[in-house]
Design a protein around this ligand. Structure first.
Ligand code: ZN
Length: 245
């Protein structure tokens, strides 16, 4: 499968950037994970909005769903222009009914995932882990049968991450704070937290994302590297991770 980072900022997009949004592709199927602020502008650099087959949301904080409304308008307008009337499924949890209902629109349909079950979307199988965050949020273990990606979504450190992430090929981990800071109270992780999960879970590689608006991001890598000895890189717009199978 192929992962493209569309947006990686935590909280809100920096100038000309985008907050959390990722594209996963396999056999021509396009799954978008989270749809953050500025994400739709960036997405069109890589693929057209009408090509998206499904959307999957971790939680309903604005930096992960801000562009859902404009995505719905885009699909509506494209239906007039291109005649494309395919309904776009948007998968979300039902623990916030009001936010979940907003996923329904003329050409989008809200579909609830049961976080206790495996969700199949196109060629992807997704398991969920409830994260430690101020609102209900789910991390994901996504596999296409060949390779496996862990997406932490937003979360403070919790032991459960280690078992959940075991032997994954890639850990796409939020890293909103630097080593030594108190990330936990805000429901986020430090570089040390991510390094610990990566090491203990024996993941193949780490990409740090949901990056903070302060400090030097390179320091996040150095700090995580003191714990985890595998490959660590920073998310950036257009960054691609690929494993064929
Ligand atoms: Zn959040």
């Amino acid at each position: 499968m192929k992962l493209t980072i569309i947006g990686y900022w935590g909280g809100y997009p920096a100038m000309d950037g985008a907050s959390t949004m990722y594209l996963l592709e396999k056999d021509g199927f396009l799954l978008v994970i989270d749809v953050g602020s500025g994400g739709l502008v960036k997405f069109q650099k890589y693929r057209s909005i009408t090509e998206i087959d499904a959307v999957l949301l971790s939680h309903y904080h604005a930096d992960h769903i801000a562009d859902i409304g404009v995505l719905q308008h885009a699909r509506l307008i494209q239906s007039y222009i291109t005649g494309e009337e395919k309904i776009l499924p948007i998968y979300g949890h039902e623990e916030d009914e009001k936010e979940f209902e907003k996923l329904n629109h003329d050409y989008t349909e809200a579909i609830a995932y049961n976080p206790h079950n495996v969700l199949k979307v196109g060629p992807f199988f997704i398991r969920f882990l409830k994260t430690k965050h101020p609102v209900s949020c789910y991390g994901m273990r996504i596999t296409d049968g060949t390779s496996t990606i862990i997406y932490t979504a937003d979360s403070a450190f919790q032991e459960e991450w280690i078992k959940f992430s075991k032997d994954a090929d890639l850990l796409l981990a939020e890293c909103n704070f630097y080593a030594g800071q108190n990330a936990s109270d805000a429901g986020h992780m430090t570089s040390e937290d991510v390094g610990t999960i990566a090491k203990e879970a024996n993941v193949g590689e780490v990409i740090l994302t949901h990056l903070p608006h302060f400090g030097n991001h390179e320091d996040l890598i150095k700090q995580a590297e003191e714990i985890y000895k595998g490959k660590i890189s920073l998310a950036y717009e257009g960054k691609v991770w690929k494993k064929e199978g």
